[in-house]
Design a protein around this ligand. Structure first.
Ligand code: ASP
Length: 336
């Protein structure tokens, strides 16, 4: 852990856990394309943000320095366990995680369900590398630190700050491949806005998170493997059998309200007696998936409600750390 700025006893103590991504990326001076993500370390990253020392005392730790497509469950366990450990210290007030945007929503939801503290946990990143003209990382990082240092921020679970918006870890989604306003929560809206360093909250998720979540990864060194099968016209049903052989659970990125062909259903029903739960999510990314009497008559089929395929995978992974019972997993999906 490195202390980045001189300590001011009037200010809160915020820990930045850096993992890489475009926010720590570099490329040709001024350009926004063809750069390398995860290239500068935490000290350089923080030094690019004006006035950070006026809003908090900053401490930094480099957890990784990778493109977020290379984030693994090991990074998740490291982050969750580190936050859980540090949050027990009275002199730690909040956390900011810098992360690539491609999988930011996944890490945000994992931490939302597994950190055991009410202290603010804020994730952020950038769409433009640090060397770009109008790089968006510095403002996102500044606002994330401000949010983590705010008394208003407790009790919202893990949050994402991006382009002046505050989003819940459960509902946030990346919605654009290159624009700086790259995140929102589709129909659930944002939790609030950042204007400079001041948060304005308007909404709150009622779903269990952090200290209210039943999941605890303390002491775990690995997590159950869950795979995602993407359905489309003529999709090969043998992918289900393939995943069943190397995974403890499967999520379907189904069509419409989590549906698929009769030959996929045939494969899936064969897994009912093999103890492999199959969560039906949707490739649509919006709306709700409820129990479907023609599919969910097979007890291993579980509707995902409003969780996207990658977020359903996270919840199923954590559910499998607790139980293999299909009806209990169904209850977990209904509750979370
Ligand atoms: N590929 C990058 C990453 O996710 C994209 C970004 O950070 O915006 O690490």
């Amino acid at each position: 852990m490195i202390q980045i700025n001189p300590k001011n006893s009037e200010l809160k103590n915020i820990i930045i856990l850096a993992t890489g991504g475009t926010i720590a990326g570099t490329g040709e001076e001024g350009k926004t394309t063809n750069y390398t993500a995860g290239n500068i370390d935490i000290e350089v990253l923080v030094s690019s943000v004006r006035n950070l020392d006026k809003i908090a005392n900053i401490y930094g730790e480099q957890i990784a320095n990778v493109d977020s497509n290379d984030i693994t469950m090991n990074h998740w366990l490291t982050l969750a366990n580190r936050i859980n450990e540090l949050s027990k210290q009275d002199d730690v007030d909040g956390f900011v995680i810098t992360h690539g945007t491609d999988t930011l929503e996944e890490t945000a939801y994992f931490l939302d369900l597994t950190v055991k503290t009410d202290k603010p946990v804020v994730l952020t990143g950038a769409m433009r590398p640090s060397t770009a003209t109008s790089a968006d990382g510095p403002l996102n990082l500044y606002q994330s630190v401000a949010l983590a240092a705010s008394d208003l921020s407790r009790g919202h679970g893990a949050m994402v700050v991006f382009s002046d918006g505050i989003y819940s870890g459960r509902n946030v989604q990346k919605i654009n491949t290159f624009k700086t306003n790259a995140f929102n929560s589709i129909e659930f809206g944002c939790l609030g806005y950042m204007r400079d360093n001041i948060p304005f909250f308007f909404n709150k998720s009622i779903k269990p998170h952090t200290i209210y979540s039943q999941f605890d990864v303390t002491g775990l060194t690995e997590l159950p493997k869950v795979s995602i099968a993407y359905f489309h016209i003529d999709a090969d049903p043998s992918i289900i059998d393939y995943f069943a052989q190397n995974s403890e659970g499967i999520v379907i990125a189904g069509a419409g309200s989590g549906t698929f062909s009769s030959n996929w259903l045939e494969e899936i029903r064969n897994l009912e007696t093999k103890g492999i739960p199959v969560v039906r999510s949707s490739r649509i990314g919006n709306g709700i998936i409820l129990t479907d009497s023609t599919i969910d008559k097979y007890s291993n089929c579980i509707p995902s409600y409003t969780l996207s395929p990658p977020k359903s995978r996270i919840l199923l992974t954590l559910a499998l750390t607790k139980t293999k019972d299909y009806s209990e997993i169904k209850r977990i999906f209904a509750e979370y």
